[in-house]
Design a protein around this ligand. Structure first.
Ligand code: GTP
Ligand code: PEP
Length: 202
């Protein structure tokens, strides 16, 4: 079985780097819009998979639990409220649920497509880790792992290189998945400007 984890921070704390651009209510609306887009891409991708697949929103926020229910996906409570710990906990719950392939999709990818999700999964036919860096090739926007996996989650500063270095140390075969739609995450004022200019009113 394939398990897709979409981590989403509590709305009141999410997209803090956009605090100078958007009022809190607008930021929360943006987070929900972005999450819905990622859910849609994940659902469209899983519809095309031959293997069964489940999609979980990983979050401490009851509003995200409601979004999961409305969106026809599942909710996995985040009891850690730290991204790497939350994903580590999610991975062990995925394994208990019989998940053999874990895909992590950041919840803030406004352009991600079903083809991107499928590419992450397909890459595992010849790799142990598929990783999608952000546009600057510093962050990690998505990754796919075959379970069980010894790879620690190292999201945060320079996480793409840190994930790749850890994979190399562990002797894991890696594949980079670089598409414009997967590399675009909405993190800062400049990316918000690009997003709005492309007729996505925030
Ligand atoms: N469940 C969970 N998701 C998280 C956590 N931290 C970040 N995320 C999510 O992981 C994805 C990538 O994180 P960021 O790009 O840093 O998003 P963010 O944390 O909302 O943005 P900033 O507040 O500006 O750092 C987004 O979908 C976040 O909502 C966390 O502690 N728990
Ligand atoms: C947490 C991450 O997201 P961002 O770089 O957008 O903060 C990461 O890329 O590791």
């Amino acid at each position: 079985m394939i398990g897709i984890a979409i981590p989403i921070k509590r709305l009141q704390f999410a997209k803090s780097r956009l605090a100078g651009d958007l009022a809190p209510a607008a930021r929360q609306r943006l987070v929900l819009t972005l999450a819905q887009h990622v859910i849609n891409a994940a659902r469209q991708a899983t519809a095309g998979f031959t293997m069964p697949a489940r999609i979980w929103l990983v979050s401490a926020d009851p509003a995200i639990a409601a979004l999961a229910q409305a969106g026809g996906v599942e909710w996995l409570p985040d009891r850690c409220e730290e991204l790497n710990a939350a994903l580590t906990e999610a991975r062990s719950q995925f394994q208990n649920a019989g998940v053999q392939t874990m895909i992590v999709l950041a919840g803030d990818l406004p352009l991600v497509t079903a083809a991107d999700v499928a590419a992450l999964y397909d890459a595992l036919s010849e790799a142990d880790l598929a990783l999608a860096p952000d546009q600057q090739q510093r962050g990690t926007n998505a990754l796919a792992l075959r379970l069980p996996s010894p790879l620690p989650f190292l999201f945060g500063l320079d996480s793409a290189n840190r994930h790749l270095a850890a994979a190399a140390r562990l002797g894991l075969r890696t594949r980079l998945i670089m598409t414009p739609t997967l590399a675009f995450d909405l993190d800062d004022s400049e990316r918000l400007r690009q997003y709005c200019a492309a007729e996505h009113p925030a």
